[in-house]
Design a protein around this ligand. Structure first.
Ligand SMILES: [Fe+2]
Length: 269
């Protein structure tokens, strides 16, 4: 677990801030909807109040020495010689895609796909090099950070926890239980996870007192399962997910809306 740090932002009164979660893109899979991911990056690039946190599985990361490797699931543009240094090839592509929004990225974590690729290619330095090139903080698999929005003299602090995600769930109830397990075990205002390739959020109402104990207040915590850009079914290839009969999932990653003064949180895909 990483204690990532605090990030301060000046904001106008009654403004709405946008936190984007990049997760489970699975670049370099035949089933990746790369054009939709590029549209999402374009939206971030043109959003003046955008900040970004990533929760892993940006790349498919399945090299020739991985038991899951299937040549038919590789994009046509990948040449045989690219497999000689597939870790570098994958992270170079990811860097090229994220570079235009690098200044908006606060922290990136990795998922099981990056973890296995770094392990299989015996090149753990690629992750540290990539993070240094982007110029963001390293969230590893789990991290916590504070977003501090300042307008005038007041600081509005939101604690964010992010984990790549774990486990398996196909039904909405299973996804909800997984999300609630994380939300109840990690103290944060906003909890982000990926991995399950589903789009879901939950709000947990929390009743308490204001800091000076002058009134009872009700706030809420927001938990988000961020979705994916990986298609379950793709013409011309039988993917891992298709063979296991997974349900088709909607494509896309979320934009979390934060209203600093009212502490209202929302999410849209
Ligand atoms: Fe994933």
């Amino acid at each position: 677990m990483e204690r990532v740090g605090r990030f301060r932002f000046k904001c106008k009164k009654d403004s709405v801030q946008h936190l984007y979660q990049i997760t489970d893109v699975h670049l370099l899979s035949m089933a990746c909807a790369q054009n939709k991911f590029e549209e999402y990056l374009y939206q971030i690039k043109n959003d003046p109040v955008a900040i970004v946190i990533g929760t892993g599985d940006y790349i498919e990361g399945i090299s020739y020495n991985d038991i899951r490797f299937s040549p038919s699931e590789m994009p046509v543009k990948v040449r045989v010689c690219d497999l000689a240094d597939y870790g570098k090839y994958s992270f170079d592509l990811l860097y090229d895609m994220l570079k235009p929004i690098a200044s908006k990225i606060l922290a990136l974590g990795f998922g099981n796909h990056e973890y296995v690729l770094l392990d299989k290619t015996k090149s753990p330095h690629l992750w540290k090099d990539f993070i240094a090139k982007i110029g963001c903080k390293d969230l590893q698999y789990t991290g916590m950070l504070d977003l501090i929005f300042q307008n005038g003299v007041r600081d509005h602090i939101f604690r964010v926890a992010a984990h790549h995600g774990a486990g398996w769930a196909q039904k909405p109830g299973g996804v909800a239980i997984r999300l609630e397990d994380f939300m109840s075990g990690i103290d944060s205002d906003i909890f982000l996870m990926g991995h399950l390739h589903k789009q879901m959020y939950q709000k947990l109402e929390v009743v308490g007192c204001d800091p000076s104990m002058t009134k009872i207040i009700s706030t809420h915590r927001l938990g988000v399962v961020g979705g994916s850009f990986l298609r379950t079914y793709t013409e011309g290839v039988s993917t891992y997910a298709e063979k296991r009969g997974y349900r088709p999932t909607p494509l896309g990653n979320p934009c979390i809306t934060i209203q600093p003064e009212t502490r209202q949180l929302g999410v849209q895909w």
